[in-house]
Design a protein around this ligand. Structure first.
Ligand code: C5P
Length: 311
């Protein structure tokens, strides 16, 4: 049954607790073994019938959200409409709370929310595999926005399997001034690897990316200390090369007592895992005092993926 609207969908940000990057594939993407973790920082996308497809955004960073056809949420509405022979005539309003261009998949999250919202508004009732397929066409991180929780991503990140975990984890995020371009960070990663190869370094051989057993065990045990020690991101050296100031941010969070730290995805947001809520408060205060970031956000997780908010 189509809904007369509006439909609001809540969707979380992600941090990659593992991001193992393989070599560049023929299609330009990199093979990954990544563990996505959904955290409680949310965007809300409201879908309403309209004369034509349009986008608006609200929130402190709304001015950074593209409001034209390049917005991934608009592409999501179009791809779903096209698949079912409909016109994508909706107003998408994005209430933006996820840092923009921060490595937390905010744009991808909005696309996942738009798929779920348009599906409900138009009464399509597309199955999960259908939506996951469309999400994968839209972007490597979009399928995870649909599923949330914790999941292993293979391929370019779009092929997901759920990862077992127990308990609640406490995260602190240092939001940086400005953003980083994901393609640019991957290019820098390739460049650093090529330079290492030319220099005959052992770091030169690009290994086939595999999930870390230590990390999966830490998640299965609900052990934040072990998870903190196992966090890693192959894109981090590239992000630090492009934004050397992030090293100060990472140091400040570690000095504040974080169990582990890493650049989130392609950055520049830095993520810190804390033992509990009290420790997270101390990490957040340390980061604020250090003056090494634009703002500090706290969140717990894992949380579910894109979900319709009951009207
Ligand atoms: O899939 P998505 O559109 O989010 O990817 C953005 C860009 O990031 C790609 O065009 C590519 O340059 C880079 N990327 C990559 N390998 C991946 C995912 C993204 O090289 N697995």
């Amino acid at each position: 049954m189509p809904s007369s609207g509006p439909v609001t969908v809540r969707v979380p940000a992600k941090v990659n607790v593992q991001l193992a990057v393989g070599g560049r594939r023929d299609d330009g993407f990199h093979g990954l073994a990544t563990v996505f973790f959904a955290v409680g920082l949310f965007d809300e996308v409201t879908v309403t019938p309209a004369e034509t497809l349009r986008i608006t955004a609200s929130g402190p960073d709304a001015h950074q959200v593209p409001l034209d056809g390049s917005n991934l949420a608009a592409k999501a509405a179009r791809i779903l409409a096209q698949r079912y022979g409909l016109e994508p005539n909706v107003h998408l309003h994005i209430a933006k709370d996820i840092p923009v261009a921060g490595g937390m998949a905010g744009g991808s999250a909005d696309a996942a929310a738009a798929l779920v919202g348009c599906d409900a508004l138009w009464g399509i009732g597309a199955g999960r595999p259908e939506l996951l397929g469309l999400a994968g066409e839209l972007g490597s991180d979009v399928p995870f926005g649909l599923v949330g929780g914790v999941a292993l991503g293979r391929g370019r990140g779009e092929l997901l399997t759920p990862v077992e975990t127990v308990g609640e984890y406490h995260w602190v995020f240092a939001v940086a001034e400005g953003g980083l371009s994901t393609p640019e960070v991957y290019r820098e990663c390739d460049r650093l690897r090529e330079a290492a190869a030319a220099g005959g370094s052992h770091a030169a051989a690009v290994p086939v990316p595999e999930p870390s057993q230590e990390l999966l065990e830490a998640l299965a045990d609900g052990d934040p200390v072990a998870l903190g020690a196992a966090l890693f991101n192959d894109l981090q050296p590239a992000a630090l090369q492009l934004r050397p100031d992030l090293a100060d941010t990472l140091r400040a969070g570690t000095e504040g007592g974080a169990l582990g730290s890493l650049v989130s995805g392609s950055g520049p947001t830095c993520a810190f895992l804390a033992k509990d809520a009290e420790a997270a408060e101390a990490v957040a205060e340390g980061l604020l005092r250090s003056g090494t970031c634009r703002s500090v956000r706290r969140a717990t997780g894992p949380v579910p993926g894109a979900t319709v908010v009951p009207g």
